[in-house]
Design a protein around this ligand. Structure first.
Ligand SMILES: [Zn+2]
Length: 281
């Protein structure tokens, strides 16, 4: 999934079309989204990107009220102006929403991407999951790039569950244990309109699956596998990973990947970025 941030500048639009055409479309495992920012300050960019997403037949991806300060952006006003409110709008975070805005999301079937690890890490706030559920808004679970720190979906599920329990003081609040497992799998595929291809183990769909070793010590003692996967699961328990039937991890080892080479390249890139960003001494 590649979300390309663009502007109203024709050169930016041409770049995006080129990237989609040359790098994403030829790869059956890749999908493209158009990204923008829903703020009055970026009004013309948002309008252009909403139009482009429709033209390309892809989702429009925005960061929606991630921070309390973004209440100043008049996000809903400008999204309406850009004709962007609809099932092809993906709102990442969606934290500081009013009741009225939640109803607007539900009315237009706008989809919300919940990134609990990032929301904690960046001191963004706690999403109103029970209210979104009540209104009928589709919410999936994401990791929000680097700001989740671990790219660990087990942790992500626990955080989604734990945050709501912690602020409501109710163990029975939405989401329950099975709900977060669903949010991490089925619901994500549904809100991306990809449920006909992925999101469940169903004949005819792509074989996207992980195989977890239930014999690991962190699962003992075991009684209820939905509970154990959500509360006790760790990336190290994932022995096999298949994407579209192709194994990317086999018996605990990554396939065709040399971790040392990747770590070396990451260290090199991070050192260069740090050097460029940090003020000279
Ligand atoms: Zn984000």
């Amino acid at each position: 999934m590649f979300a390309h941030l663009g502007t109203a500048d024709p050169a930016s639009i041409a770049d995006m079309k080129l990237v989609k055409q040359t790098m994403i479309d030829p790869n059956p495992r890749a999908t493209f989204q158009v990204a923008s920012h829903p703020s009055e300050a970026f009004r013309s960019d948002l309008i252009a990107m909403s139009k482009l997403a429709k033209e390309l037949g892809v989702k429009l991806h925005v960061h929606l009220l991630e921070n309390i300060a973004q209440r100043e952006d008049k996000a809903f006003h400008v999204l309406k102006e850009a004709n962007a409110l609809g099932p092809d709008l993906l709102g990442a975070h969606g934290i500081h929403l009013t009741d009225q805005e939640i109803n607007i999301l539900a009315e237009h079937d706008v989809r919300i991407l919940h990134n609990p690890l990032s929301d904690m890490r960046l001191a963004s706030g706690v999403i109103r999951l029970p209210e979104l559920k009540q209104a009928g808004v589709q919410v999936g679970l994401g990791i929000d790039g680097g700001t989740n720190d671990t790219s660990d979906m087990f942790n992500d599920m626990r955080a989604a569950l734990g945050l709501q329990r912690a602020i409501s003081l109710q163990a029975g609040i939405f989401p329950r244990v099975a709900d977060v497992l669903r949010m991490a799998t089925v619901d994500g595929a549904k809100l991306l309109d990809m449920f006909d291809r992925i999101g469940s183990l169903t004949p005819g769909k792509k074989a996207d699956l992980i195989i977890i070793n239930p014999g690991n010590v962190n699962f003992a003692p075991s009684f209820d596998w939905v509970n154990q996967i959500v509360f006790n699961g760790q990336p190290v328990n994932v022995e096999w990973v298949f994407v579209d039937g192709q194994s990317l991890k086999r018996k605990g080892e990554l396939v065709d990947v040399d971790p040392e080479t990747i770590m070396e390249a990451a260290q090199k890139a991070a050192t260069r970025i740090r050097r460029d960003l940090l003020p000279c001494k």
